[in-house]
Ligand binder design. Structure first.
Ligand code: B12
Ligand code: SF4
Length: 549
């Protein structure tokens, strides 16, 4: 492979695509596609109760931490900030990270580099690289498919097999709910840990699995529980956290690693909380006791229709599993695909009802979307069913089909998707309430657990429930009284239970903080109704930096 002539002395700029994101523009921003995980695809129908936060671009942060070359990361720039950075420093390499939906921005950024920094080599990486024929769509020198740390190390003439250094990453920022931006104190937000990329399960639609090798393959940054434990200890002391967001597509699939991690946690008395992604059949490899001791407090799992053919659900009763997890204080975030092959206008309502009936704490709905690089895309392309006139900026799974479904029209795909979000909210209420319910169940079950690590974790989690969250319950109960009495009554019952557990503090906070939260919630509703959207701040971080000579 070609190596950059300046090797490890080359100055590198790594950037995400420019914003603003949550508005409609000619570069491919869409108001329906904001840079917010929950509000984009999980709680978007929940109005002021939607959980809102941003997540940094971890791919470029990981690359920066693992090269010795002087390197700047520019995250969420505006076009102006990107132009300024290009002209303020002489960069030898400009690396642009993007997913497919943002290809229009990549095209514009390549054009800007050629104009403002003509000597820079342009490298484009991330999922956008899966687009067939991308070379002809953008003016880049290198398009990198798959894992980027090893590619960049090779390109800079560095050792691609050197151990992976994990940066200390705060998982979410500027969290906002009910019109209030939560204070960002050190240790208050989970740290993101990225043990691997890809997933060996190889579901036919899955772009992350396909991008890193497909079925049977993935790239492990940390093979063993010992390595993972050491990384988590480093990040724990850098960020003062107890809580980790494990960015591994199927964390529990690797049982030996997870069980060794548990052993080390026990030996060191670590009372950690883990939020994980895991498939149902991987979760079933563990007892509830093991999950609880491992600190699993949040699971994001695929809950595709029972009539689908995905092996990750085989042999599991997903209803029983989700219920059991919640009874053990583990919050469940379900993910359901709308528009699978067997869906029709006649059965889709039933399928959505069964997803909603899982009563998860959070529920993501996404359109079945053939994405370049996946087996599903190939299959649809071979059958001539891909629609050729759809703008890639609209292929984000929250708008309309990008292929011809045998029974459901494009317009109906959006109607069914929107209905799923609405129905989940209408039947189950705000996710914040649902999450409080699960937290209380966990506390009641484990407050006297013999392992002090477990007790400490549940006590830590429940502190918020006995105070600020109870004020939020008071507001939700009030706001739902006129729109959905049954939800309001369920919230009331929960509030009474919380007040029974924490008679003084919970009542006091509801009485004093409740009215303030009610006011901020209503103000937020008005803001949202007038079209207010939120954008992440721009970050600029330098490492191994030397000024241009
Ligand atoms: C965090 C996240 C987000 C964050 C934003 C992160 C950000 N700052 O951009 C939020 C929640 C806001 C988000 C939003 C969306 N996301 Co998102 N997101 C993720 C998630 C869960 C983790 C990404 C990550 O950090 N992974 C870990 C890092 C290490 O991996 P990586 O980013 O792939 O980087 C590696 C390589 O790709 C490569 N690389 C990356 N960049 C570069 C750059 C260079 C120069 C080089 C050489 C290499 C390189 O090297 C890295 C190390 O190996 C992934 C799923 C996943 N597991 O990856 C989805 C994912 C990236 N998102 C996806 C989608 C579709 C979206 C949305 C459209 C949401 C939606 N409706 O579904 C929106 C788009 C918002 C917008 N306006 O752009 C898809 C992308 C599909 C595709 N083929 O393009 C993914 C893969 C999820 C999925 N399976 O469908 N997302
Ligand atoms: S189990 Fe989840 S992450 Fe793994 S291939 Fe299937 S959809 Fe993708």
């Amino acid at each position: 492979m070609e190596i950059h002539p300046k090797q490890t002395n080359a100055r590198v700029l790594l950037t995400s695509v420019f914003g603003p994101y949550a508005q409609d523009d000619e570069f491919g921003s869409r108001s329906i596609n904001p840079m917010e995980l929950y509000h984009n695809q999980v709680t978007r129908a929940q109005g002021s109760f939607s959980l809102r936060m941003f997540h940094r671009s971890w791919g470029i942060m990981m690359i920066q931490a693992n090269i010795s070359a002087p390197c700047s990361v520019l995250d969420f720039p505006t076009r102006e900030a990107f132009a300024r950075e290009l002209t303020a420093h002489r960069y030898d390499i400009v690396g642009i990270s993007s997913i497919i939906v943002n290809v229009g921005k990549v095209r514009e950024m390549c054009r800007m580099v050629r104009e403002l920094s003509p000597d820079s080599v342009i490298v484009v990486g991330g999922h956008v690289a899966a687009i067939p024929g991308l070379e002809a769509m953008i003016d880049a020198d290198h398009i990198v498919r798959g894992e980027g740390i090893s590619w960049m190390r090779r390109y800079l003439g560095e050792d691609e097999h050197a151990p992976i250094r994990h940066p200390a990453i705060v998982s979410g920022l500027q969290t906002r709910i009910m019109g209030v931006r939560l204070p960002q104190r050190k240790g208050g937000t989970a740290a993101a840990i990225i043990p691997s990329v890809g997933c060996p399960m190889g579901c036919n639609f899955c772009t992350t699995s396909a991008f890193f090798g497909g079925k049977g393959k993935f790239v492990n940054f940390y093979e063993t529980g010992d390595e993972l434990f050491d990384v988590m200890c480093q990040v724990e002391s850098a960020l003062k956290v107890h809580s980790f967001f494990m960015m591994d597509e199927n964390f529990l699939l690797h049982r030996t690693r997870a069980m060794r991690l548990l052993e080390r946690m026990k030996q060191a008395g670590k009372s950690w909380e883990l939020s994980i992604f895991a498939s149902a059949n991987a979760i079933r490899k563990y007892t509830m006791q093991e999950l609880v001791e491992l600190g699993v407090s949040w699971v994001w799992m695929g809950l595709e229709s029972p009539n689908s053919s995905y092996s990750k659900l085989h042999g599991t009763d997903a209803t029983q599993l989700t219920q059991e997890l919640r009874e053990h204080g583990i919050r469940v975030q379900g993910s359901t695909i709308i528009g699978l092959e067997h869906h029709t206008p006649d059965n889709i309502a039933r399928e959505i009802e069964s997803a909603v009936a899982y009563q998860t704490d959070f529920h993501q709905f996404m359109l079945y979307t053939p994405v370049p690089g996946t087996p599903l895309y190939q299959e649809m392309a071979d059958q001539g069913r891909m629609l050729t006139d759809v703008d890639p900026a609209d292929v984000h799974g929250q708008y309309k089909f990008n292929f011809r479904h045998t029974a459901i029209s494009r317009d109906d795909s959006k109607r069914f998707l929107d209905w799923a979000f609405w129905r989940d909210f209408e039947r189950n209420g705000p996710s914040l309430y649902r999450m409080c319910r699960t937290m209380l169940q966990g506390w009641q079950r484990y407050k006297n657990h013999p392992d002090p690590r477990v007790r400490e974790r549940f006590a830590r989690e429940v502190k918020k429930l006995g105070s600020a969250y109870n004020a939020a319950l008071w507001v939700m109960e009030r706001e739902f009284k006129s729109v959905n009495r049954s939800v309001s009554e369920r919230i009331r019952t929960l509030r009474h239970e919380v007040e029974h557990e924490f008679p003084v503090i919970a009542r006091l906070t509801a009485a004093f903080l409740g009215p303030i939260l009610l006011w901020s919630t209503r103000r937020e509703e008005k803001r949202l109704a007038s079209g207010c959207t939120y954008e992440p701040p721009t970050f600029l971080e330098r490492r191994n930096w030397v000024s241009a000579s």
